[in-house]
Every structure is written in structure tokens, then in C-alpha cells.
Design a protein around this ligand. Sequence first.
Ligand code: SF4
Length: 209
Amino acid sequence: MPSRKRQLPEIPPELVGTVHITPIDAIYNWARMRSLWPIFFGLACCAFEMIGAFGARFDPSRFGMEIMRASPRQADLMIVNGTVTKKMLPQVVRLYNQMPEPKYVMAMGACAISGGPFKEGYNVVSGVDKFLPVDVYVPGCPPRPEAILHGFLTIHAKMQRESIRNLRWYRKGEETEPVPVPELGPDLVDWRLTEQIEAMNPAENSAER
Ligand code: SF4
């Protein structure tokens, strides 16, 4: 397989140590990595562990991450930190849609990953990844702050591999579709599944129309 490493121009010997040449992706990704701002909201007990992880002892400031934003418009990391109930999910999806691209999602704890101890409970979503594109899963009940920090570093590593040339949100003419906000009735309605649901009972659906 050919090497994907790009050749950088040579630096004249008299400028070595004074001039550094690096791809724009490296600077761009470094700047994004060191200013990843999480949205400040909590869903359940995992939220307290997340708050603990943001204290001085574990110090996310060293990654430029200490500013938790109260507005989704200023945040680019969503930490889904606890049990996602069916009643709460539309709000979580709405917040995600309001965050600007490029954005990332961390599923923190067993509940956010799979429903945890409440899996298949009548009011609990069995994993937030059924609705949002999760980038990193941090298991535990709750995960320790060290695990959360490891989750941050994993997202940083993911960002480091991205390139400004092929990220979806920089391509002209390719709009990022928002995730349709599910509707809570007797159960959740996921609007992305409308066609599949209609196909399961075509006779009834055509009669309704
Ligand atoms: S994973 Fe455990 S600690 Fe976290 S929200 Fe669920 S029950 Fe609470």
C-alpha cells in the first residue's frame, strides 16, 4: 500500500530551527482539539461523575476543555451522560441539531450506550446511538473520570486523523441533514423509519390516505 504521508518542502539549512513547515490539517486539527467545548447538560447519575471529572483534580483545562457551554450554539462536543428516557430524547436530539458542525458525541456510561440497568424498560432508549452518531463510547456505571479523560483523548485522536479536504461539512453543495426530532406518543416515533413502518402494513396506510 502506498504511503499516505505527504512530502513537505525542504527547509534551507540556514533556517532550520527558525522555520517550521507543517500541513494545514495539523494546525487546524490541533486548534480544534485544544478548544473542544462540551455542552453543559446532565441526564442522570453519570452527570455528577462528569461534573467531578471537570473539577481541578482531573483538570480538563489542560486540553482547553474546561469551558462547558450552556448554549448548544457554542459547543462542539455532546457528552450524553446518563439514562436517556423516551421523554427526554427529543430534547437531546434538538440540542444536537443546534450544535454547529463539526461536532462530536460521547456516549458516557452503560445507560447512554445501551440502556444500562434499565435496558428495555418501558421508558428508556436502549442506546443513544440509535438516534445520534456516537463517536466514542465510554463504558461504566458510572465511568470513572479517568475513563472520561480517555474518551476525550480518543476523540482527539479521531480529530487528528481528519482532513479539511474531505470533511463532509466543508464540501460545497453537501448540506448536513439534521437528525429528525423523534416524537413522543405512546412510544417514540423515529421519522427516519416512516417508510419501513408503512411498508409493514401497506393496506392500512393506503386506507388512511
Ligand atoms: S450508567 Fe449507571 S451511573 Fe450512569 S446514569 Fe446509568 S445507572 Fe446512573
